[in-house]
Design a protein around this ligand. Sequence first.
Ligand SMILES: C[S@@+](CC[C@H](N)C(=O)[O-])C[C@H]1O[C@@H](n2cnc3c(N)ncnc32)[C@H](O)[C@@H]1O
Length: 260
Amino acid sequence: MNETIYQNFARFYASEQYAQFSAHMLEVFPALQERYGLPCAGRLLDIACGNGTFGIGMAQQGWQVYGMDQSAAQLEIAARRAIDEAVAVDWQQGDMREGVPAQEFDMATCWFDSINYLLGEADWRSAFQAAYRALKPGGYYLFDMNTIYGIMVHWQSFGTTIENTNPLLLEIHRNHADFEHNLAHLHITIFEREPEPRNGEYLWHRYDEIHTEHALPVERVTALLHETGFNVLDVLGGVMTGFTEPRPDSRRVWFVCRKP
Ligand SMILES: C[S@@+](CC[C@H](N)C(=O)[O-])C[C@H]1O[C@@H](n2cnc3c(N)ncnc32)[C@H](O)[C@@H]1O
């Protein structure tokens, strides 16, 4: 079901606040490097790279970046941005559950709850195995995920929200949940107004996407990573304003893993 998302939405993802998350990850990255002894350069695989914010930022710092995402629309925007920024990034359409490139990477990242788009434990396992295969021995795998609390409690507390900060856009989010299977469905409806009137009338276009996220208990994710072969160096409850421990009401956690 999630295969059709981030097509029309990719344009709005780029123009609204969404890319701020990976921009923040770029800002905190030096602190992560220092804390875990991560490499300062090498080959980076950015899994579910979206419109390229993190990959482009890392390429600007000298990393050789390979950005992979399932959405052609996201990758098209990423490629245009890289050209504008005059950096070379290898963009490739692909599914994080399947073979990521048969190249050896020093680090793999997967930001902004992209892993939660995989809707069952078997898919999470496949994604971890694919990341593991892509890394060199000693390579690092870093990702964040929404917790069960995050999508089943915090998200659901929003009900329906309407964003209307841009006069040309009206974005409606409706949340509902399948509590039995830890699935959270976010219905996104966007109305976009044409900038100029036609025959004195403004036309609005409507776009709909349903983004479904799944969450697993932190302990289960840790166990899956161990079964894959990773050493889990740390699980953090916050990284944006200092590193903090996970808590029962952490909405998001960050994993720092290493292939032995
Ligand atoms: C919330 S966005 C995050 C994008 C980017 N990492 C960022 O931080 O801005 C989630 C991304 O995951 C991608 N995605 C979802 N399922 C995927 C899959 N199975 N394989 C690869 N990419 C996937 C979507 O196309 C989308 O670009």
